[in-house]
Design a protein around this ligand. Structure first.
Ligand SMILES: Cc1cc2nc3c(=O)[nH]c(=O)nc-3n(C[C@H](O)[C@H](O)[C@H](O)COP(=O)(O)O)c2cc1C
Length: 214
């Protein structure tokens, strides 16, 4: 697949089929992500892949933690979702309409769905080692982009799941991640349910209207 096509086509999947990609495909996707550039080539990402019963256990623990703490998706940094989001999370207001049209409450769909990785059979979790400055998370963000595109190019579907930053202790506990590591990002990965209307939704973009040409 051409890179530019992958960049145009990729979108977040929020309904996955249960079957897992084979191991070779997962390795290939991770190798694509490992090609990401990073400052001084530090490659600060430390990656855990959760599958099978271990992932099921983690999803259950995340669900319990969400029920207890009720921390949902938000833009982070204490910011609220923008007013045009109809009270729903961030930039995907119109997704709320698709979700509500099929009878689900949007907040529950996004927050419980994120904790369940939307049913994905594989969860990929990226952490940085202790003492890494916050600037190293930028490298992890680029790693994330490479992962998403590398997965898409191989016919896989993904959804980044930043909400798990608020439940990172649960993730660490389930996946045996050293306590002093810092969560950078998580990704739900698998095959998309083609028949689910939530997967037909494509988030619009601002485009380049705000770019200042000097
Ligand atoms: C760092 C990051 C964290 C995200 N966290 C979540 C999340 O917790 N739950 C979720 O459903 N989507 C999450 N998303 C997906 C975004 O909502 C999505 O990328 C955005 O709405 C644009 O849609 P698209 O990916 O379909 O193009 C996250 C995306 C990024 C880049």
């Amino acid at each position: 697949m051409e890179l530019l096509d992958a960049m145009e086509e990729r979108k977040s999947c929020r309904a996955f089929r249960p079957e897992a990609p084979n191991h070779e495909t997962l390795v290939a996707v991770l190798q694509s992500a490992a090609r990401a550039p990073s400052a001084v080539n530090l490659q600060p990402w430390r990656v855990w892949v959760g599958q099978g019963e271990e992932l099921t256990r983690l999803k259950r623990a995340l669900h319990r933690a969400y029920r207890e703490q009720n921390i949902g998706c938000s833009p982070g940094g204490g910011r609220k979702a923008p007013p045009e989001a109809d009270g729903g999370p961030g930039s995907f207001r119109d997704l709320g309409r698709v979700v509500e049209a099929r009878g689900d409450a949007f907040g529950a769909f996004i927050n419980e769905g994120s904790c369940n990785l939307y049913g994905a059979p594989v969860g990929i979790f990226c952490f940085t080692e202790p003492g890494e400055p916050v600037a190293r998370r930028l490298d992890c963000g680029i790693w994330l982009a490479y992962l998403l595109l590398g997965a898409h190019a191989r016919g896989l579907a993904t959804c980044p799941v930043g909400l798990l930053a608020d439940y990172q202790d649960v993730v660490k506990d389930a996946l045996f991640v050293p306590e002093n590591h810092e969560f950078a990002c998580a990704v739900a990965l698998g095959y998309a349910r083609a028949d689910d209307p939530v997967n037909s939704f494509a988030c619009p973009r601002k485009g380049i209207d705000g770019v200042e040409w000097v």
